[in-house]
Ligand binder design. Structure first.
Ligand code: ZN
Length: 155
């Protein structure tokens, strides 16, 4: 049994839109993404800080974090630039899964591949990483697959 740490209750967004913008899909879509991005910056940076604190003694750098929409991955590590890129849509996942993605990308600073050593490092700090990864792959792949559907049809 795993305790699932969902990071937020269903959230509601209340916006006041001037009459001139009513029905302006593009404008409302921009507001929605700004709202998502604000939430994502807070939540994802918190997870990054947590794992940076845990891992800094292992010689892992304090990375810059870039949050953006990516078509086919949840995160990526640009090791030579000390940078971690996280998918904006991670904010739709429970913190339990977000933390796996963050630790995964941090671990690439030590091992740029997906070798046994890479997963051993993850397991040291997150013994249940397999469950988290499975959950992401199985339950949340739909978010990734439907990303563009979301963007085009959410309104
Ligand atoms: Zn990887």
């Amino acid at each position: 049994m795993i305790a699932l740490g969902f990071n937020h209750e269903p959230l509601q967004m209340q916006v006041h839109i001037k009459n001139q913008y009513l029905g302006d899909k593009e404008y409302i879509q921009k507001l929605y993404f700004k709202w998502l991005k604000d939430m994502a910056e807070e939540e994802l940076n918190r997870a990054v800080m947590k794992y940076y604190d845990i891992l800094k003694d292992r010689g892992i750098p304090d990375p810059t974090v870039d949050i953006r929409i990516m078509k086919s991955r949840w995160g990526t590590c640009i090791c030579n630039k000390n940078k971690i890129v996280l998918n904006l849509f991670l904010i739709k996942l429970p913190i339990y899964c977000i933390e796996y993605v963050v630790l995964h990308e941090f671990s690439h600073f030590k091992h740029p591949n997906h070798s046994k050593k890479f997963y051993d490092l993850i397991a040291e700090y997150m013994p249940d990483w397999k469950v988290r990864k499975k959950m992401i792959d199985e339950e949340y792949s739909i978010i990734r697959l439907n990303l563009f559907y979301y963007i085009l049809h959410m309104l």
